[in-house]
Design a protein around this ligand. Sequence first.
Ligand SMILES: [Zn+2]
Length: 330
Amino acid sequence: MTACKSRARLNWALGAALVLLGPRPSQAWSLLTHRAINRMAAFSVPREMYPWYGYAGLLGELASGPDFWKSADPLEGPRHYINLETYGRTDHLPLEPVDGGVGQIHWVILQLQHRLEQAFRSGDPELTVRLAAAQGHYVSDAHMPLHTTVNFNGWQTGNDGIHGLWEDEMALRAGREGFPVRQAAAAVEDVWQVIEQEIVTAYGRAPAIMRADDKARRMHERETDAYYATLWQETAPLFREQVNAATRTLASLWYTAWVKAGRPAIAPPPAFVSTDSIHLAAPDLPPDQTQPLPRPNWVLPALLLLAGLLLLVLGIKRPRHPASKKPRLL
Ligand SMILES: [Zn+2]
């Protein structure tokens, strides 16, 4: 889709994409978790940025967009993970984008930080919310431990399939119990250091998820209610800490971008927002793509009709002027 869509259409588009794509190998937090993190992060920025609270709904609706961009953009996938073992170090991230299966989540978060700062400065609410929502997606993925390791689906440790079971099905069953709570965000001096620290921390927590799966499977048949209950029991604190950390990091990055942009006034949320990939579209969309759909222009025809009727009426009622009579020729 290229044109701007209303929020109703946005909901429809995401819903339709979900239905069309159907069950897929899980590659991200569930829609529910992404939405909850983006929404709560909007409420977690410091009070001086309070107009941003009004963006919470929109940021939540747009939160899973990057997962749907994968089908049209082969470059999208690596933006959702980093494989620290492939890079060769698990305590440090590459400062430049690297290929070869390492992934680029760290890089895209930093890149979006710069673009978001520019968008705040330019005062374009549509672009700002699209960039912020997408950054929210990547920040959330970066806090999901299984997005930081080559053993992302448990193949190396006999936990095949754990990725989707943990972040999708278990999270959906947990529902609100797995939602983040309001965090205290603050401006950060060194954005890169924060990204690196959070990803390294997430990486260190992946083995705990494998151990929880081992334990739940020893006690119950996999994918049963009892299995999920045990998996949740074993990892609920870890799960909550990671979604809360994602919320805190995200709110801090948004706040930092706004502060660095000079604390500009925040306009009310736009009525129309594109669901296109922010990586494909130029950062500054042409004006015709950011305007609401034009309403049918009935004013001019109505005025012409009215004027015509008036002339007709005046013409009928107009008394003949004596002077208009032609003088009789003698
Ligand atoms: Zn993702």
